[in-house]
Ligand binder design. Sequence first.
Ligand SMILES: Nc1nc2c(ncn2[C@@H]2O[C@H](COP(=O)(O)OP(=O)(O)OP(=O)(O)O)[C@@H](O)[C@H]2O)c(=O)[nH]1
Ligand SMILES: [Mg+2]
Length: 321
Amino acid sequence: MTRAARMPPAARAILDGDRRALARVISQVENRDPKVAAISRALYPKTGGTPIIGITGPLGVGKSSLINLIVARLRELDRSVGVVAVDPSSPFSGGSVLGDRIRFERRADDAGVFFRSMASRGEAGGVAAATREVARLMDAAGFDVVLVETVGSGQVDIAIRDIASTSVVVLVPHLGDEVQTLKAGLFEIADVFCVNKADLPGADLARKDLSELVGLGAGRSGWTPLVVSTSTTQPSGVEALWTAVETHERFLDSSGQRGIEERRRLSAEIVELVRERVGRELSVRLDRDPDLRKVVDDVVSRKIDPREAAERLERGSAFRR
Ligand SMILES: Nc1nc2c(ncn2[C@@H]2O[C@H](COP(=O)(O)OP(=O)(O)OP(=O)(O)O)[C@@H](O)[C@H]2O)c(=O)[nH]1
Ligand SMILES: [Mg+2]
């Protein structure tokens, strides 16, 4: 049987641009439906050619508003775009924190745009994996660009750099102390900094401060993050923001970093999948396998410490079938 003949009908439909099939499979991803594995596997060879642009930053800084404007701009240029937003209705807040969050504009009659929000409930690793999966489905579905909105503020960061080829970190003037605490983490992930709400006082200063901070850093792998400012209410700066994104995408190609970065991301994904699988299997066996229960007993009774138990399991056959 050829590979094509083995392609699941849902995968075929996604490749053929069937948006309802795409929506259905995304729901299956959210519901952890085991049928997704075969579909993803069949689609994987068709992926990798689409820029995945992460738009991340603290709650309420204007990420969704910016995405609406970027989408409008891309549609003017006749480029199709898929958007996946991880909804920040986190376990911390028990729901949407801000009453005035911007919804994505419905463009029901435009097949060149596809929006999807995903709940961020559940452990961060699972959300990151599902988000990556959905971005990849959109890639396979043939969109020219995929945008991923995530809330990134240290604790609730979902590792956008393991998903996106370019990461935009959105901030607003007067984040003050927050910026200090965010800084370390955000500098790791930002290819482009966007100071949004530039219509508010302090935007120029914030931009200047950021530019200075960026200039101090050595720059990751030959890239110094670009700093732009935008306002979605005026609106202004959105073209400059998109130009900065494209500049970074071009840098990835001209410097050879694209391949290096992709290899890093995929390695991390493989490690994560093995960790998850081995971890799940091991927990079950620690509970059920009499020999392994004995090892846990020895830790409980303080005969050995957890580290030694782990080493014993590694040396033994616990990780093999
Ligand atoms: N003054 C001003 N307000 C803005 C600007 N951009 C967005 N806002 C407002 O900020 C609020 C939050 O905007 P969103 O686009 O929902 O922000 P977000 O970052 O997607 O929010 P979450 O997804 O909840 O984290 C809304 O009330 C917007 O109208 C801007 O450029 N200037
Ligand atoms: Mg939003």
